[in-house]
Design a protein around this ligand. Structure first.
Ligand code: IMP
Length: 423
């Protein structure tokens, strides 16, 4: 059986968690393939809001197995907090959660290194979530990292000590002086490792291979968004993993020819948290309204998200890089009440009009060219069928489908599981 893939097409926070939760009933396995606790996947149902950082978004369903893939980086301390939160809901997570032995661990010193590196960058800072993501992936590619499977070896604490000592020397190298109590952080870390060890570790690539052979349905879940991809994003203002479709192959060990549907999730407008270029960003009342109505605050850091019009140049790029087969539009309800909607369909780039995403999209290089559309005033949040959609929303959707040459199969009209309309 083929593997379907779900990922974000913008700068993260598109609403992937909600859609994974909605789709999980159709799958046997939900497999997260990259990123770590920098992600904040929000799910809402039965009047309760849940935020997951590392655990796949299918965990609230009875049957599906939730797999944390080799491409993910795990902070045991945050992972334990997530598990403690789940325990409150009387969930038998232990039988439904499996972890790749090849996933790398975020150590307390990775977090400190992240903070020291950011502080040393001054104005050029990335706006990192400071969860230790960059330093952990650096240790992975530098071949120094500690993996989940190492916890089963007798000498893992020795390896830990060697790496932590090296990190301390690196932290001293930075000018930025970060205050920290390593002993306290390590106590918390080692306690959390014991919790992690109570879960099932697997050779996930083999597990997924066998699952495919048995005809199981698998959904690969991405984190962050395509424009934060380490290769294809707005470098250096990106995260440290491949958030695009290829990341599912390397982050799970799934062969490229086994991937069937690629579900691309996008918001009806655009947001970004952290630094970096954002051509359609708004600094006026419209941007303020999007932020307020859309409750645009980071699920992980609480930071205010920057808001702007939908950028079809960037979205088209993401559709192409990922091979998206179906689009899912989130937060259409937030645009209710705007008299006019703007959609960026081209850039003025160094005196020319272009429709592809160029190497430099900083404000001095790019000015967005907008197509204006009539907005709608109807409240979408109570709608349950596409037949109730206002004419202007249908026009907006059809315009996007035509421009992106891809069907929009789901329109989300609110944060709850039930506020999801299939087209
Ligand atoms: P890091 O991955 O924490 O180092 O952050 C690098 C950049 O990616 C920063 O601009 C973050 O704000 C952004 N980022 C990381 N994870 C997410 C996410 O899950 N949603 C939105 N932005 C994110």
């Amino acid at each position: 059986m083929a593997v379907n893939l779900l990922l974000g097409l913008q700068w993260g926070d598109e609403g992937k968690g909600k859609i994974v939760d909605v789709l999980t009933k159709n799958y046997d396995i939900i497999a997260r393939f990259q990123g770590g606790p920098n992600a904040g996947h929000t799910l809402e149902f039965d009047g309760i809001k849940h935020v997951l950082h590392t655990i796949p978004s299918g965990i609230f369903h009875d049957k599906a197995i939730n797999l944390v893939g080799n491409g993910v980086v795990i902070d045991p301390v945050i992972f334990k907090k997530e598990l403690d939160n789940l325990a409150k809901f009387d969930l038998d997570y232990k039988s439904k959660l499996v972890i790749s032995r090849k996933a790398h661990l975020i150590l307390p010193t990775h977090r400190i290194l992240d903070a020291a590196s950011e502080a040393s960058k001054g104005k050029a800072k990335i706006g990192s979530t400071l969860k230790g993501i960059g330093p952990t992936y650096m240790d992975k590619t530098g071949r120094n990292g500690i993996r989940v499977g190492d916890l089963e070896l007798s000498d893992w604490k020795e390896r830990y000590r060697n790496l932590a000592n090296k990190h301390e020397a690196m932290i001293d190298f930075y000018d930025a002086k970060i205050e920290y109590d390593l002993e306290e952080l390590e106590n918390e870390f080692f306690a959390a490792i014991e919790t992690l060890k109570s879960l099932t570790f697997i050779d996930s690539e083999e597990y997924l291979y066998q699952a495919q052979k048995e005809g199981k349905k698998i959904l690969a879940e991405g984190a962050q968004g395509s424009l934060l991809d380490i290769d294809f994003g707005t470098y250096p203002f990106v995260t440290s993993s491949n958030t695009t479709a290829a990341g599912a192959c390397t982050g799970l060990g799934v062969a490229p020819n086994k991937i069937k549907e690629v579900f691309g999730i996008f918001k009806a407008y655009t947001t970004r948290v952290g630094s970096g270029p954002f051509p359609t960003e708004l600094f006026d009342d419209d941007g303020e309204t999007m932020g307020r109505v859309g409750n645009e605050f980071g699920a992980t850091t609480g930071r205010e998200r920057r808001c702007g019009w939908l950028d079809l140049v960037a979205l088209k790029y993401a559709v192409h890089v990922n091979g998206v087969t179906q689009l899912m539009m989130m937060k259409g309800d937030v645009l209710s009440g705007f008299k006019t909607l703007k959609v960026c369909t081209a850039y003025n780039y160094k005196g020319k009009t272009i429709t592809h995403l160029p190497y430099n999209i900083e404000p001095e290089n790019v000015t967005p060219v907008y197509t204006e559309m009539k907005g709608w005033s109807e409240d979408l949040t109570k709608m349950s069928n596409k037949s109730e959609f206002p004419k202007e929303l249908n026009e907006y959707i059809e315009f996007l489908e035509k421009e992106l040459e891809t069907p929009i199969t789901i329109v989300s009209v609110g944060p709850d599981r039930t506020q999801t309309i299939h087209r």
